[in-house]
Design a protein around this ligand. Structure first.
Ligand code: ADP
Length: 192
């Protein structure tokens, strides 16, 4: 198994690129954002609790997402590896993930970081709001908060991964296919 983190601020294209990478390389795509939105759509107790946190652009508690991921890891079969999208988002989530993988004789093999200018991020999220119907895309103040939360809580993971020699920055500007080709180049090196 070869395991990747796809990383980058809100609007950097992680979700779009993850779907394409998962298909091309037979990776299990685990998106905590999608899992949480599925809980909300299903009207579960957990979904109800998490939706107000998410609509403000804050992070849900670490335990919630760690538990979701552990469950999915154990339920996955016949894949070349995992692609973690939107997880980990804190250093605590990162060490929990490392521990989970180690216990199963796996590790994080590479962290692909999509780099996109701030103005471009805001532009993409506002453009997405109409299509996605996501409440956290509609309000410019919530978008700015999500970007701030990313800088504050999530970006420190980059150093953590840099120290482990698995940090791989990728230019996230330009069109979807060009970015996909760049990412595929790095994934191919490890998967084949
Ligand atoms: P984005 O498009 O901002 O990358 P996601 O779809 O990954 O958003 O996540 C949407 C929201 O779900 C986040 O703003 C946060 O509230 C919550 N969320 C998703 N993943 C996590 C996580 N790993 N830890 C805490 N909160 C999370």
């Amino acid at each position: 198994m070869v395991n990747f983190l796809i990383f980058g601020p809100p609007g950097s294209g992680k979700g779009t690129q993850s779907v394409k990478l998962a298909e091309k390389f037979n990776l299990a795509h685990l998106s905590t954002g999608d899992m949480l939105r599925a809980e909300i759509a299903a009207g579960t107790e957990l979904g109800k609790k998490m939706s107000s946190i998410m609509s403000k652009g804050e992070l849900v508690p670490d335990e919630v997402v760690i538990e979701m991921i552990a469950h999915k890891i154990d339920g996955t079969k016949d894949r070349a590896g995992f692609l973690f999208d939107g997880f980990p988002r804190t250093v605590a989530q990162t060490s929990a993930l490392e521990k989970m993988l180690n216990e199963r004789n796996m590790k994080i093999d590479s962290m692909l970081v999509l780099e996109v200018d701030h103005d471009e991020l805001v532009k993409r999220l506002i453009a997405r709001a109409d299509l996605s119907g996501r409440p956290d895309d509609k309000d410019p103040a919530v978008i700015e908060n999500r970007i701030d939360v990313y800088k504050d809580k999530t970006e420190p993971i980059i150093n953590y991964c840099r120290e482990r020699g698995i940090y791989q920055p990728v230019n996230g500007m330009g069109n979807i296919d060009d970015i996909f080709a760049r990412l595929s180049g790095y994934v191919t090196k490890l998967v084949n």
